[in-house]
Design a protein around this ligand. Sequence first.
Ligand code: ATP
Ligand code: MG
Length: 390
Amino acid sequence: MTSWIKPEQWMIDVVAEALGIDRSRVEYLASHKTIRFRVFRGILYAMLKRDLGEYYEGTVVIFGRGWSRVVPGYPHIQRVVLPSVALPRHFIDKIVVEEKLNGYNVRVVLVDNNIYAITRGGFICPYTTNRITRMLGEKLKSMFRELDPEDYFVAGEVIGLENPYTRYYYPEAPRFGYFVFDLFYRGTPMPPSKRDEVTESYGVPHVPVLGIIDKNDIEGFKEIVKRLNNDGREGVVLRDPEYRVPPLKYTTTYTNIEDIRIGMRFFMEEGRSFLFSRVIREIFRAYEEDLGPNKIEQLATEIGLAILEPAIDTVRSVARGVSVYEEFELEFSNEDELNEFIEYMSEMGIDIVVLRKTKRNGMILAKLGKMKETAIQVKKILESGLAPID
Ligand code: ATP
Ligand code: MG
């Protein structure tokens, strides 16, 4: 069974109308798979695989009986590398400094009294939908119902270890947590103070606000970042209190280097794309903080080890015949949920193997493994002795 749908004419019409685009253009984009159609538990939806006019990649159109709903893709946030230059230039007066949590971006909507969790790319993820529904379903439902579900949706970060995508340990949400960072009204994000007021009144968690500073208070900004860095946390998102200018993001050196270490375990995959961007961030940090020779040497050692150690470990493991999966544990309420998830991942082109199943509070706790291309490539290199790239 596949959840991909070949669009019929009426579906093309609905998307054209919902997004305000010509029918023929939608038809063209659908035939090139830039717009794709899927079903999830009986709900039909269309998704954008790239930016289209004012709509970002990951935009979703949900089909109902005689109605449709657009959930716009989440916008890209520009990155700061030189705070002393970017902050005074970009902001107007004050800056709301909030924590950037390291997980994955999930938009939540209420449709027909069901919660749906949409990933950045525009997929309704069965696993995320189940966990958010179990944890926060009633709170989110009453929030949307009272606000008006047709006009509102939230975007937030899923964090913790029990998810298929990004795993960082957070003491406040060791397994699974959802923290709202934007409350959208008719496609526009509300000011952070409004977001916090509304979510708090329904008991829905939001990202921590770490302070409100003046745009010229670079010292104050650096104090906050230093504390996050010492605590091993990802970084900050900076917002205008009234959303008059778009937000910016900044990550700690701890995270820049940790990302390299995690990415280089599977160096033919994440490693490639991670490395250069993180090195750039550290180059400009070294410049901004005017690091002396000793500090630079220390940084070089740290980055060097983060690149080499995990990669060498992987080669040695493959050589010893240890299978190098990316491993993680997920919670399911029954076998059907587990099977639905495995099928979903397989449609994304990701092979999942079930390594072990145990029980936890009446739930299934499954240890799963994601097959990695790096392991296959390393095996080939070990057998041939030849480099995969020149
Ligand atoms: P981008 O969103 O800039 O296109 P990206 O997907 O590579 O890029 P990140 O570098 O992780 O993402 O930074 C942006 C993401 O940070 C957001 O999409 C969101 O998932 C996440 N995030 C975590 N905390 C916050 C927060 N407080 N406000 C906004 N986004 C946050
Ligand atoms: Mg992120």
